[in-house]
Design a protein around this ligand. Structure first.
Ligand SMILES: C[S@@+](CC[C@H](N)C(=O)[O-])C[C@H]1O[C@@H](n2cnc3c(N)ncnc32)[C@H](O)[C@@H]1O
Length: 203
């Protein structure tokens, strides 16, 4: 199964996937390096995921995308810019909906787009699970609560690459961790897609 993992971060959603051939796209070279160390078997490209999706989507069987979430977040301070005149709002980043619409209309495989719970009513109804929104073209049963807290499941990743992680010089390091998808949920969603594909084959 050829999987495209867009906006890969350090691989929360990907951590427990097995028997898949993964291409990961991450723009930040330092984050991409950590991802590559965690998952040496994956192909990692340091490039713009939005552009990559448009040009390569047809080469994959399953696509996971986690587009940038700050401008959709309910955390108010992420949705405005401070100016001398006061606070000015930011536009929500519509790459999120561009990707959902592209995948829905053009991609023949299974796909999952993940984001935060937005401060506005979502333009396309998502499934809510473990404090994230998910848009998929297959059914999966959502989990209501985090099965494990992100920090717990991150610990082993931090331990393995503690030095690497400490060296990471990006302004909002904590945010990478907070944005990670629970790995068990990432596995659950991929498994549900595989199950749907198998039941289609036996129809
Ligand atoms: C929400 S995090 C991904 C979390 C990931 N799904 C996980 O579970 O760990 C989003 C990532 O997208 C990266 N990113 C932001 N803009 C990007 C772009 N245009 N192309 C590729 N990666 C980008 C950020 O550096 C960040 O690591």
């Amino acid at each position: 199964m050829k999987v495209l993992n867009l906006y890969a971060g350090i691989g929360g959603n990907r951590k427990l996937w097995t028997d898949v051939d993964v291409t990961a796209i991450e723009l930040n070279p330092q984050i991409a390096k950590i991802y590559q160390d965690f998952f040496p078997q994956d192909r990692v490209f340091i490039t713009d995921a939005h552009k990559y999706l448009l040009e390569h989507f047809s080469e994959f069987d399953f696509i996971w995308s986690s587009p940038p979430c700050p401008t959709h977040s309910r955390m108010n301070n992420l949705n405005y810019i401070k100016t001398e005149q006061g606070q000015k709002p930011k536009y929500p980043d519509m790459r999120l909906y561009e990707e959902i619409i592209l995948l829905k209309h053009w991609f023949e495989g299974d796909w999952c787009v993940e984001n935060v719970i937005s401060y506005y009513k979502p333009l396309i109804p998502p499934i809510e699970s473990c404090s994230h929104y998910f848009w998929t073209n297959f059914h999966f049963s959502p989990w209501k609560k985090q099965k494990r807290y992100i920090r717990e499941h991150l610990c082993d990743m931090e331990d393995i690459l503690a030095e690497e992680y400490k060296k990471l010089k990006i302004p909002n390091k904590e945010q990478i961790i907070n944005n990670m998808v629970n790995s068990e949920l990432g596995l659950h969603i991929l498994n549900e897609s595989k199950r749907n594909i198998q039941s289609e084959l036996f129809k």
